[in-house]
Design a protein around this ligand. Structure first.
Ligand SMILES: *[C@@H]1O[C@H](CO)[C@@H](O)[C@H](O)[C@H]1NC(C)=O
Ligand SMILES: *[C@@H]1O[C@H](CO)[C@@H](O)[C@H](O)[C@H]1NC(C)=O
Length: 568
């Protein structure tokens, strides 16, 4: 759907969760995953829904001398139709199925619905999708749990771009099949993603800019160690002096960019874009710095389209400091990644490596991107390089250890997992003040069902960074998995909202829990709340997928009385 579909699909975070062993923090697939072991109660199991028409017991066409009942005549016509179908003569097949429908007594509902379904299969071959929808609808009026007809209609709806109906049908199919069929699950996933991105684009465009919390802004800048714009003021001034071969006018009035810098260090973030714009409009001496700073704050406020031209300008400025250009490339790369343009994103990172091979930030951020794309060996290489350039960079070290742990899990090697856990312990004693270290280690411990120890590590992370709401959500999820106590888990997650009522991860998680307990209306409300505060287009798209999945399940429950039973 999106204009620039990447060839490497971005891996949504639920798949990472699944790969690691499936905590409750799943997301779209979580909805499917957790309802999977349900609804074994559908009476009619259909053969799988390929293009072939319904066979049933392929009754031989009786001898002509025998007097045929209307039903037998209809069966005969259908069998003839099936032969034409197999021979690729779809128009003739349609005629035969129509004849079958004409002669078949109305009371033979099951047969009638089969004939409609078969005719729909022939129309599908001719790409007459409206007719496919009509015939499947008739088949379903006669038998509303006819999986083949539902799935065929779902495919036709997709072709005529009726996504909402498509999603409803395929959801019903998934529920009827007990979430066991790869084909229909993948289709549901695809439709949900398409719908999510479509809505997210619209939503993101019309969103009003908001500055995130001071805590968030500081955490963002601390993920860069080679970033000139966030370095202390004195250093910049000195660097600039050096650039001008020293001795320049000592008494020069402070430039607008330096004013912006001062606001930055005073955490007076609202004023920064204005000062940067003055510097840029007057083509001041800190033009490149000002462009990068303005772009960064536009990004942080969720205004990627405004950030983009500034980043482009810095990247193309041959005279600018290469650290500025690398930083701009990292940010543009991350922005492209957010829009699922992972190929272009990786290209920007490669350009940055070529520009400054010793820049640890490039490897660090590319490592995270590779991890998100599930490219674990590439992520390992990046983190290794970053840590060799900056052995004291705690964040990169613990992410390196976490990636090593992920790799060990992928290899299914108990030995390597143990090693990775040991490395984690060492890193934590080496960097006892790095909250992320405890959180990542706790996630690994949770996977390994070492719940007590995981909980201790979350507690440590919380004591180091009490304002970081997401850690409470992780801890709540751990308690859900550990004690199966929903109310205790929810009350921990509620703490996240007490600290930060704009924590979309908390609303998302609560929504997922409500889906799992069958409270779809409540879940939809929570997902919408998360959508209204989510920061990136990618997150918004993901949340719409969750919400649409819940809406479709609610519709299916109403229409067919189908309800995956609550898991908890
Ligand atoms: C993990 O942490 C340890 C100890 O800090 C460190 O020596 C090691 O290189 C890190 N990386 C991996 C992949 O284990
Ligand atoms: C909160 O904690 C998580 C996990 O440690 C980390 O990834 C994230 O960057 C932190 N967020 C902020 C705003 O500090």
């Amino acid at each position: 759907m999106s204009d620039a579909k990447p060839s490497t699909e971005a891996i949504p975070k639920w798949q990472i969760a699944l790969a690691v062993g499936g905590t409750l923090a799943l997301g779209a697939a979580g909805v499917w995953y957790f309802t999977r072991k349900t609804s074994k109660n559908d009476e009619r199991k259909e053969p799988d829904g390929g293009p072939a028409p319904e066979e049933q017991a392929d009754e031989p066409i009786p001898e002509p001398e025998v007097e045929l009942s209307p039903l037998e005549k209809a069966q005969g016509a259908k069998n003839k139709g099936n032969k034409y179908f197999k021979g690729g003569k779809f128009e003739e097949a349609i005629k035969c199925y129509s004849e079958a429908l004409e002669v078949c007594p109305d009371t033979n509902k099951k047969e009638m619905s089969t004939f409609y379904q078969n005719r729909a299969a022939a129309y599908e071959q001719l790409k007459s999708f409206k007719e496919v929808v009509d015939d499947c609808t008739k088949a379903l009026e006669l038998d509303n749990k006819y999986i083949k007809a539902l799935f065929r209609r779902a495919k036709a709806y997709e072709r005529i771009d009726e996504k909402k109906q498509c999603l409803e049908d395929v959801t019903a199919v998934c529920i009827l099949e007990g979430f066991q069929n790869q084909q229909s699950m993948m289709m549901a996933d695809r439709i949900l993603k398409d719908m999510g991105w479509e809505k997210a684009k619209e939503k993101y465009k019309n969103r009003e800019p908001v500055l995130p919390s001071t805590h968030f802004i500081k955490a963002y800048f601390s993920s860069f160690t080679e970033d000139i714009i966030s370095q202390p003021l004195e250093k910049v001034v000195n660097d600039e002096d050096k650039d001008q071969e020293g001795e320049a006018e000592q008494e020069a009035p402070p430039s607008d960019y330096l004013k912006a810098k001062r606001y930055f260090h005073e955490e007076n973030y609202d004023k920064i874009i204005g000062e940067c714009s003055k510097e840029i409009d007057s083509q001041g001496e800190h033009l490149a710095h000002a462009l990068l700073m303005r772009a960064t704050f536009h990004m942080l406020m969720g205004q990627a389209p405004l950030a983009r031209p500034d980043l482009d300008t810095v990247i193309n400025m041959d005279t600018a400091d290469k650290k500025l250009r690398c930083n701009a490339l990292i940010k543009r790369g991350s922005m492209l990644m957010q829009r699922q343009q992972s190929e272009e994103a990786l290209q920007d990172f490669q350009t940055a490596v070529d520009l400054d091979q010793e820049n640890s930030d490039v490897y660090h951020h590319r490592g995270q991107l590779n991890l998100l794309l599930d490219r674990v060996p590439e992520a390992l290489r990046d983190f290794e390089k970053c840590c060799s350039l900056k052995p004291d960079f705690a964040l990169a070290t613990v992410q390196y250890n976490y990636t090593q742990y992920r790799a060990a899990m992928l290899q299914r090697s108990a030995m390597q997992v143990q090693d990775a856990m040991k490395q984690f312990e060492e890193s934590i004693s080496k960097f006892p003040d790095c909250a992320e270290g405890y959180v990542l280690y706790a996630q690994a411990l949770g996977d390994q069902q070492m719940f007590d120890k995981a909980d201790d590590n979350y507690k440590k992370a919380i004591s180091l960074e009490p304002q970081n709401a997401t850690t409470y959500v992780h801890r709540g999820l751990l308690h859900l998995q550990w004690k199966q106590d929903i109310d205790a888990g929810l009350s921990l997650i509620q703490k996240a909202l007490d600290i930060d009522d704009r924590c979309d991860f908390a609303y998302e998680t609560m929504g997922t829990i409500e889906v799992q307990r069958g409270n779809l209306e409540k879940a939809i409300e929570l997902f919408n709340k998360a959508i209204s505060i989510a920061k990136t287009e990618m997150e918004i798209a993901h949340l719409y997928s969750l919400c649409d999945a819940a809406v479709a399940q609610a519709e299916v429950a109403k229409k067919y009385g189908l309800r995956p039973q609550a898991m908890m």
